[in-house]
Design a protein around this ligand. Structure first.
Ligand SMILES: [Zn+2]
Length: 325
């Protein structure tokens, strides 16, 4: 079956087009919202970005198919046994990128659509850069420093070829075999900061985060304290810091209860999940699918990942919503 036919079939016959008595919840997962003309667009992994135009189109299309809801409102109604729309959809953003404030908030406000933003508590308002962005930028700069650490050998090989966002994304996927601590240690060992040209802080600051919250549309959730992936047999104190301390810190700074959690890279194990259950009303994963009220796993909510190439037309967007992949 050709890809086009598959997309067309998925766009027309997926769950989103079926009528059903069981309430369903689609949770859409976004990371960055950037215009193609923005310098930050070209260096980001393709799976991380949607343009403002495509994002606005998604919201309009989603509005035709679903009731667009706040994630906590939907969960609270489900918990209380209240009536729910047959097909609801909640918007989420991971990581707390500055571009969410610059480009996504105005569109949410224009269309009056609620969303949840998962912020990395210790990194808000700091110049912190996620290691995949540092690696991508070093490759783009053809930095020979990458040769200075064996862990970065796969990235170093890419500087001999023309820059390809797809190849870089594959390389980053391989590097995820290592822990955050190992990756940052390797990058620090090669003195990366001096090599980087763009020093603009990529993440939101507290004032911008508060402004999003005060819009009345955006709820803030925790995406841990430092964005460590929580699947490596981490110590109890590290888990406590990432899961519970991040919640307390966000609550102190923002003056609002933090009820939702988001697993970095979608990684967790039984121990992590148990702790998240203790501290949060619900949590989102990166596993793909549609949530059913009758089989709701509130701390392992499924999401649909959206990125530009896979969803830049209404037909492609509807195909993503089918939950078929
Ligand atoms: Zn993340």
């Amino acid at each position: 079956m050709g890809k086009f036919f598959y997309t067309l079939a998925a766009s027309q016959f997926g769950e989103h087009n079926r009528s059903s008595t069981e309430a369903k919840l689609w949770v859409l997962m976004y990371h960055r919202i950037l215009p193609v003309t923005d310098a930050r667009y070209g260096q980001e992994e393709p799976g991380m970005v949607v343009t403002p135009e495509v994002f606005a189109m998604h919201l309009r299309e989603a509005g035709k198919l679903f009731d667009l809801v706040s994630l906590t409102d939907w969960l609270a109604r489900a918990e209380s046994g209240l009536a729910l729309p047959a097909k609801a959809c909640a918007i989420t953003f991971d990581d707390g990128w500055l571009d969410n404030y610059q480009y996504a908030l105005p569109i949410l406000q224009q269309q009056q659509i609620p969303a949840t933003l998962f912020a990395v508590a210790d990194k808000i308002g700091t110049p912190f850069r996620f290691w995949p962005n540092i690696v991508a930028e070093l490759i783009a700069l053809k930095s020979l420093a990458l040769h200075r650490h064996p862990l970065l050998a796969a990235a170093a090989r890419l500087i001999e070829q023309p820059y390809s966002a797809e190849r870089v994304a594959t390389c980053i996927g391989h590097l995820k075999a290592h822990s955050e601590d190992e990756l940052f240690a390797a990058l620090e060992a090669i003195d990366w900061p001096a090599e980087l040209t763009d020093t603009a802080a990529p993440l939101l600051n507290w004032a911008q985060l508060a402004a999003m919250q005060h819009s009345g549309l955006v709820e803030i959730g925790s995406h841990t304290s430092t964005h460590r992936r929580l699947n490596k047999g981490l110590s109890a104190s590290v888990l406590e810091y990432e899961i519970a301390t991040s919640k307390r810190f966000l609550e102190q700074q923002l003056g609002q209860p933090i009820a939702l959690f988001c697993f970095p890279n979608g990684d967790y194990d039984a121990e992590t999940l148990a702790r998240v259950r203790q501290h949060y009303q619900a949590a989102v994963t990166t596993r793909s699918g549609i949530n059913l009220r009758g089989r709701l796993q509130r701390h392992e909510l499924l999401r649909i990942a959206l990125h530009n190439d896979a969803s830049n037309t209404p037909t492609r967007f509807r195909a993503r919503l089918s939950g078929w992949r």
